[in-house]
Every structure is written in structure tokens, then in C-alpha cells.
Write a protein that binds this ligand. Structure first.
Ligand SMILES: [Zn+2]
Length: 297
């Protein structure tokens, strides 16, 4: 599988994040984003998607996922409104804009994403607008993938999260504890725990609807899957296993409870050689989605 961010770029972004953390005196989590902005001399302004006034004078230069937002000035305001931008990075006056209509728990990720645009030197010339798609960690647009990579590194303090995660059991309880410690969302903590706790182990993370209560996590496209995250070890050993195979495990091992711990027990996936491998399942419903963690025994 092709990585979204090149190896060299990963190393450079790692170095930039480490430098910021060092300049802040290697703080304990959770990372204070206002402190990061102060260090980098960045300004944060909230605007409202129902009143895009503050953006008007820049609108003709905004790029979303690599494309110019609009070419014709007369349509700009309309286009900016319709673009459903959640955040923006404005290099001229080192300003970050966040749409205050976006639910509060998402602000931290957006802010970290825009901060990352500001400190990656090769992003400096772009005026970047972000919507739901570019803020998704699986976005394929290079610049946006880099900003999401950097946001993750920043919010989880470089390698500190993976170092600490190794001291925790591979379970949902550990993910909740680390969520509180690092002050990030359950979803982003879950994601990181699957990928980074032990990249050599075969681990998956599935974010899906609730099989017994399909309105929990229901998607407009009808798919039961929101996200499928895997460790490097999983991709090597289970090259043919996709999100629907794993959803089948969730479906078979799910209780009728609509929230809290809802998936448990053991189940089996076939590895690349066709050998059955047992996985321990641990899934949790936050009433919006079901997040299931699975690790090979
Ligand atoms: Zn962006």
C-alpha cells in the first residue's frame, strides 16, 4: 500500500514537530495549542459559515484539495459559503480561521491541521481551505495528507504517545485512558493506538455502524463502514482482509446494548497463507459509531 506521505516528508515533519516541542520545553500532554500558536506567532480567528465576511478579501486565492475555489469574483461569496470550509490557513498575516459552526470536539484537530500548514515550509505559499474531506486522515491530496500527518504528530507529542501506549494493555480501556491523558478525541486516539502501539503486531481498528442498531453510525451511502485502520503487521500478514471481512466479525460478536462496551470475545481471520488466526475483539459504542479494536493472539 502506498503511504499517503512520503518517507522523506515524514522525517522532515517529524523534525519540525520535535523542534516545536523542544522549544516549548517538551511539555507533558495534553499539548496546549494556544502555546504552540504563541510560539509560532499565529493568530486564530473564528468565523461563521453563515457569515463568511472575514474571508471575502481572500476568497479568490483559496485552494481546497489542490483546486482553486472559484475563478469568477462575482460568485466568490456564494462559493465560499457552499464550500462548507471548516478551517483555513492564510499565510500573509499568519492567520488561522476556524468555522465556529463546526462541532467543538473537532476544533482541536482542525487547529492542529492549520498550524501544521503554517510550519511546513513548502506549504507556505498556499492559501489553503479545508473541508471535511481534506481534514480526513485518509485524504489523498499530498499537502493535506502532510497536514494531517503533522497534526497527529503534534497532538500526540511526536513519539511520546507510542512510547507510552506500549505500557498499556491492548484494550479499549487503555484507549480511553490515553484519550484523557492526551486530550484528543476518542476516534483519533483509537486510530493512533491501532497504528502506533506496536506496528509489528497484527492489529485492526474498525469504525462502523452498530450491527444491532443500524441507526447508530448510519451513513447516507448505506455502507456499514466509516473507517478501517490497520497496523503495518496486519497489512503484511492479512493482505486480503478488507473492512467488510472485519465488519462480519463485529456483527457476529456484537451485543444488543446500544452504548458502552458492545463487542467482545474471540473470532478468526485467515492470514495470507490461509491459516486461521484468532483475534481478541474489544468494541465500544459512543452512540455515534462503534469502534472495534482487534489484535491477533
Ligand atoms: Zn489543509
Amino acid at each position: 500500500m502506498k503511504e499517503l506521505v512520503g518517507n522523506q516528508e515524514q522525517r522532515e515533519i517529524d523534525k519540525l514537530v520535535d523542534r516545536i516541542l523542544k522549544d516549548l520545553g517538551n511539555p507533558e500532554p495534553p499539548l496546549s495549542l494556544p502555546q504552540v500558536r504563541q510560539l509560532l506567532a499565529l493568530d486564530l480567528t473564528y468565523y461563521s459559515s453563515t457569515d463568511v465576511g472575514p474571508l471575502t478579501e481572500f476568497a479568490h486565492r483559496i485552494r481546497v484539495a489542490g483546486k482553486q475555489l472559484a475563478a469568477r469574483p462575482s460568485l466568490l461569496l456564494d462559493v465560499v459559503k457552499k464550500a462548507k470550509l471548516s478551517g483555513l490557513w492564510m499565510p500573509d498575516n499568519r492567520q488561522i480561521f476556524i468555522d465556529q459552526e463546526v462541532p467543538k470536539p473537532k476544533h482541536r484537530w482542525i487547529e492542529a491541521h492549520e498550524i501544521t500548514h503554517s510550519f511546513i515550509p513548502w506549504h507556505a505559499d498556499f492559501l489553503l481551505g479545508d473541508d471535511e474531506m481534506t481534514l480526513d486522515p485518509t485524504c489523498h491530496e499530498t499537502i493535506e495528507a502532510e497536514a494531517n500527518f503533522g497534526a497527529g504528530k503534534l497532538l500526540f507529542l511526536g513519539n511520546q504517545f507510542s512510547r507510552e501506549a506500549r505500557d498499556y494493555n491492548p484494550s479499549f480501556k487503555s484507549i480511553s485512558a490515553l484519550k484523557n491523558r492526551f486530550g484528543n478525541t476518542l476516534t483519533s486516539t483509537f486510530w493512533r493506538f491501532v497504528e502506533d502501539r506496536d506496528p509489528g503486531a497484527a492489529v485492526f481498528g474498525l469504525i462502523s455502524i452498530h450491527p444491532r442498531h443500524p441507526h447508530v453510525g448510519a451513513r447516507v451511502d448505506g455502507s456499514p463502514i466509516h473507517h478501517f485502520v490497520t497496523s503495518g503487521g496486519f497489512r503484511t500478514r492479512f493482505p486480503a482482509i478488507g473492512p467488510l471481512d472485519v465488519y462480519e466479525l463485529v456483527r457476529r460478536n456484537c451485543t444488543w446494548n446500544s452504548k458502552g462496551p458492545v463487542v467482545g470475545g474471540h473470532d478468526v481471520l485467515l492470514d495470507g497463507a490461509g491459516t486461521p488466526v484468532r483475534f481478541v475483539l474489544d468494541g465500544f459504542s459512543n452512540t455515534y459509531q462503534v469502534l472495534t479494536y482487534g489484535i491477533a493472539l
